[in-house]
Structures are given as structure tokens and as C-alpha cells.
Write a protein that binds this ligand. Structure first.
Ligand code: G6P
Length: 467
């Protein structure tokens, strides 16, 4: 048997009606990367069961075999809501001050990482290449090594990586962040993220090798930069045809002649939604000529609602939107439309294409695929304008966007005005190079670049041949 690709992630986009769909970028990207590729995708079924089945559930789809494990209520609380989303998520997004650490959650995280290794281990053959995704499963590489697996094992961090001073605020940082050296390759979204982690390793006593790897406690780990991307071609096609969607037509009609400003984010405190609403409010204050002529549609599916901070951000956002709508709206015009649901890819592509401006203004973001999807969805002859936070990984690649500091309300307000009033020539000049960049650097290239860096030459050929 040739080398197989084994993907491991907490959330799995399995073709299962019972599987929890994810609004998150990680599962979407991995799904796209696996498209037309043979492999095995291992992860959480999305189901909670008090007596998890000792054997994982197996779903054989066309080319991909999904192997899914259930979690207990306690696992979900301590590992997913607890250490992963109340501790690692804020720390990696530079918010060490927001972590809610507890020993119980830390041991739940270790327990679930071990359980994943126990259940995956019997499925691993010698030649397989294993690719682990995201902060939920940092320890998995170490756990697999402890079970004797000498395979090529890689890890990719979809979130940002904070500087060492912030990583060190995690009480068990040596055990959790330090264990990443058990992977052969650790991939990051941007050079900044990679450099932060390299500095963390060096501060712990690692030394750089000639080949660009780091040596630490007898292990060698390579660090690399692989900016995640989208299925650019597919997205362009979807957006061209999305006009046929009844929902898109309905929204366009409901706008009358109003211009459309769009925001699409999971409801998360890292996304800067309150700051963005305040900027839109400032724009309406400063530019009375635009009142009644522009609608801001903010699409915000809820996520991780069992984590306290997510409930708090929800009340803050709804309060702010109420204030702006009450202050500037009238019986015939609502300045901000706010919806807590997700839409299909096709409908979303239609919204992107219809939008004159996209506001992608996170306070910190690993990459942000909304920025890329928005650009791919535009009509190249008459493109809209992307307003992009300098703190999204995407800003390192999409330099022709209107780059803003999301904390600077006045600057974001004037960027909205600039975007709405930008002449066609300038819109085209900005859009064209970004679209070309995305046509070359799409999701397939991301997966190929990563796997070529991870696997040895022979394995790479086999893995890429299965495309
Ligand atoms: C977003 C983040 C990913 C993360 C995912 C988890 O996509 O960018 O880094 O893995 O959310 O989402 P979930 O819905 O599973 O908590």
C-alpha cells in the first residue's frame, strides 16, 4: 500500500447529516484541501455521548474515509470549551489576560489528546503521512511518538501565534506549546507567527540548525509559512452564477438603490465587531450625505455559545446595533441589518458579489478567508472594495486592500467613505493584482506546499499523485 494521507482535526466536515456543520475556517479549508484526494480524516463526530463507543464510527465516502469519535459531556466542557477555547484561543490571539485557566480543563485537554492518539494509533500504517490541524490537538504528535509511530507527522496552526511573552502566560506552556517539537513540521499562516514561535523555542533553549530547523531536547522540528487559502476558481464560478439564487435576488431587491456594506464573521470577540459598528456609526455621523443611502449587512453565525465570553460579546453587539439603528434609522431605512445565521456557500458568494464594500476588521486573525472569498466573488469589471484589518494574516498577502487599524474608529470610518466613493479605475487597479494572487495561491497550492515540505520525496509524489 502507498503512503496515505491522514488528516486529524477536532472538527470534521463529514458528509453526515448528524455531523455538526462548522462555520469555522479550519474545517472549510481542510475539506477543500482534501477534495479529490485519497485519505483518512479523523476527528470528533460532533456528538456528545456519556458512554462513548469504544470503536470510532467509520464513514466511507468516495475517496475519503472519515473516522469519528464521540466525546463525553465532560470532555467537551474541559477540552473544547475549557482549555481549547477559554485558554488557548485567547492566548494565541494575544489576549493572555482573557484566559480562564483551570487544572481540571488542562487535564481534560491532555486526556482527550491521549484518547485521540489511542484510537488513531491502530489505524496508522508505517508509510502514512499524518497532518494534524489546530490548537485543539497540539499534544497529539507527542502522544503518537510515545506509541512508537516514526511516521512523518506535521501540524498546522490556523490561528495566529502570539509572541513568547504571551505564550508563557499559559501555566502548562512547556508541556503544551513545547510539545510541538515532536512534529516534523509546524506550519504557520504568516512569517510573523512563525517568528514568534521560533523566538519562543529559542527562549526555551532550542538552537537553529543549518537547514532552517530547530533542535530541542534531541528533536528536530522545521517551522514553515503556508498561508491558507480558498478554492479560488470554484468560488469565482459560484459567484458568477449566484444571481440565480432566490435569496440573493430577494436581498438585492430589498435594498432598492442602497449601496451594500457587508460583514461576515463568526460571533467572536477576536473579530472586532463592536469596533466595526462604532466605525460605521462614526461614518454616519461624519457623512450625513450617505444616510439613507447605504445598508450595512452583518452576518454573524453564533459559535461556542457555552463559553462565557461569547455570551458577553453577543449582548455588546446587539446593544450597539440597537443604538445605531435607533439613532440614525427611520421608518423606511434600517442602517444595520444583523443576522445570526449562516448561509450556504452559493448564497454567501452572491452576497459578496452584490456588496460594494466588505468590512473585514478583526482585532487579530490567523488568515481570514472571508477577505479572500470576497475578492474572488467580485465582478473583475466592476469590483467592490475590501477594507481589511492590518491584524488579519490576509493583510500580509492582500496589500492593495484598504488596510486599517480596527482600533482607530476615525480611520475605519473614512475607509468606508473612501471605499464607497472609489472610482472604477482605482477599484479595478486594486482588485486585479489581488485576484491574480489568489488564482495562483489557492487552497490546492497550500496543501501541496505543506505536504511537499512535510513528506519525503517518494511519499510526496505518491500523495500528490492521488490528486
Ligand atoms: C475558526 C478558526 C480555526 C478553528 C475553528 C474552530 O475557523 O480559524 O482556527 O479551528 O474556528 O471552530 P469551531 O466551530 O470548531 O470551534
Amino acid at each position: 500500500m502507498g503512503a496515505r494521507l491522514i488528516i486529524v482535526s477536532n472538527r470534521v466536515a463529514a458528509p453526515d447529516p448528524k455531523g455538526t456543520p462548522s462555520a469555522g475556517g479550519m474545517a472549510v479549508a481542510v475539506k477543500a484541501a482534501l477534495k479529490n484526494r485519497r485519505g483518512l480524516w479523523f476527528g470528533w463526530s460532533g456528538q456528545v455521548s456519556e458512554e462513548p463507543d469504544p470503536l470510532p464510527r467509520v464513514i466511507d465516502a468516495k475517496r475519503v474515509t472519515y473516522v469519528l469519535v464521540d466525546l463525553s459531556k465532560n470532555d467537551v466542557q474541559e477540552y473544547y470549551n475549557g482549555l481549547a477555547n477559554s485558554v488557548l484561543w485567547p492566548i494565541l490571539h494575544y489576549r493572555g489576560d482573557m484566559q480562564e485557566y483551570s487544572r481540571a480543563d488542562a487535564s481534560g485537554y491532555l486526556r482527550v489528546n491521549r484518547m485521540f492518539a489511542d484510537k488513531l494509533s491502530p489505524l496508522v500504517a508505517e508509510e502514512d503521512v499524518i497532518w494534524v490541524h489546530d490548537y485543539h490537538l497540539m499534544l497529539l504528535g507527542h502522544e503518537l511518538r510515545a506509541r512508537g509511530h516514526r511516521n512523518r507527522i506535521g501540524f498546522f496552526l490556523h490561528t495566529p501565534c502570539a509572541p513568547p511573552d504571551i505564550l508563557q502566560t499559559l501555566p502548562l506552556h512547556e508541556q503544551i506549546f513545547g510539545s510541538l517539537v515532536h512534529y516534523d513540521l509546524v506550519g504557520f499562516q504568516t512569517a510573523n507567527d512563525r517568528d514568534n514561535f521560533a523566538r519562543y523555542l529559542v527562549a526555551r533553549g532550542a538552537s537553529p540548525t543549518r537547514g532552517g530547523a530547530y533542535e530541542f531536547e534531541g528533536r528536530q522540528v522545521k517551522l514553515g509559512v503556508f498561508g491558507v487559502s480558498i478554492e479560488t476558481k470554484t468560488y469565482m464560478r459560484l459567484a458568477r452564477n449566484a444571481g440565480r439564487s432566490a435569496m440573493v435576488a430577494l436581498v438585492k431587491e430589498s435594498l432598492s438603490d442602497n449601496r451594500l456594506v457587508l460583514g461576515v464573521d463568526r460571533l467572536d470577540y477576536t473579530k472586532g465587531i463592536p469596533d466595526r459598528i462604532k466605525a460605521f456609526e462614526r461614518f454616519l455621523e461624519d457623512c450625513p450625505e450617505w444616510r439613507g443611502k447605504v445598508t450595512f449587512l452583518q452576518i454573524t453565525p453564533k459559535s461556542r455559545s457555552d463559553v462565557k465570553e461569547y455570551g458577553e460579546i453577543e449582548s455588546e453587539v446587539t446593544g450597539l446595533i440597537g443604538r445605531v439603528n435607533g439613532r440614525f434609522g427611520d421608518a423606511a431605512w434600517t442602517p444595520i441589518r444583523y443576522v445570526n445565521r449562516s448561509y450556504s456557500r452559493t448564497v454567501l458568494a452572491g452576497f459578496y458579489r452584490a456588496a460594494d464594500v466588505a468590512l473585514v476588521t478583526p482585532l487579530r486573525d490567523g488568515m481570514n478567508l472571508v477577505a479572500k472569498e470576497y475578492l474572488a466573488a467580485q465582478d473583475p469589471e466592476n469590483p467592490g472594495v475590501l477594507v481589511l484589518s492590518e491584524f488579519a494574516g490576509a493583510a500580509r498577502e492582500l496589500e492593495q486592500a484598504l488596510i486599517v487599524n480596527p482600533h482607530e474608529t476615525d480611520a475605519v470610518a473614512s475607509a468606508i467613505k473612501h471605499a464607497l466613493e472609489m472610482p472604477l479605475d482605482e477599484r479595478r487597479d486594486r482588485h486585479a493584482p489581488m485576484l491574480s494572487h489568489l488564482q495562483v495561491n489557492d487552497i490546492t497550492k497550500w496543501a501541496e506546499d505543506y505536504l511537499s515540505a512535510l513528506a519525503d520525496g517518494r511519499q510526496t509524489r505518491r500523495l500528490l499523485d492521488s490528486l
